[in-house]
Design a protein around this ligand. Structure first.
Ligand code: SF4
Length: 188
């Protein structure tokens, strides 16, 4: 399947695609599982009936969390974004949620402890500890804020709760990866 080079775009008129390798009927059944119905309907309420484009992502996650009846929200944040994590935590708390913000430095592990190729004894990012802490806090939902590439993969692999990225880290482009396209010759 190569959707970018497809000229028919049949799927956008609700037609099946000759290249698809998934079992459509099985997926519809999976959508209809009670736990997935809840997510799909909460997501739809954010955009249906003319609402698409009216909410910021932050507004969306707050409303989504309410729709999903989440009570305990984890914030897995990069310590470089602590001020922003604090603001986000305050906003959620004011909306009635219980917040569990956990810094990437939790555990105080040395870089040399977790990376056998490193001789650096300064504190390390520790996505496994972030995930473990939040799993033990029994959070319903976790937002990640600025986790490093790679650390985000490990965090997502080990966290047990529903998880969504609120802020993606891009140190060059003020945390907006798409801004790379506006810099001549950066993307070749
Ligand atoms: S019709 Fe198939 S190949 Fe074309 S855009 Fe849709 S899914 Fe992709």
């Amino acid at each position: 399947m190569d959707c970018l080079n497809c000229t028919s775009k049949n799927c956008r008129t609700t037609e099946a695609c000759h290249a698809q390798k998934f079992d459509a009927a099985e997926l519809v059944q999976t959508y209809h599982l009670p736990e997935n119905v809840k997510i799909i309907q909460a997501a739809a309420r954010l955009v249906d009936n003319g609402r698409a484009g009216t909410l910021s992502r932050l507004q969306e996650v707050i409303e989504f969390s309410g729709s999903m009846n989440f009570k305990r929200i984890g914030i897995a944040y990069c310590y470089g974004m602590e001020a922003e994590a604090a603001l986000i935590t305050t906003i959620f708390r004011e909306s009635g949620f219980k917040l569990y913000p956990v810094s990437c430095t939790t555990g105080g592990f040395k870089q040399s402890e977790i990376n056998t190729a490193s001789k650096i004894d300064k504190v390390s990012c520790n996505p496994l500890a972030q995930a473990s802490q939040l799993n033990n806090e029994s959070v319903d939902f976790t937002l990640t804020i600025g986790l490093c590439l790679g650390h985000d993969i490990l965090f997502n692999q080990y966290i047990n709760s529903y998880t969504s990225t609120l802020v993606v880290k891009d140190r060059v482009h003020d945390h907006n990866p798409l801004a790379a396209f506006s810099v001549p010759n950066e993307i070749n």
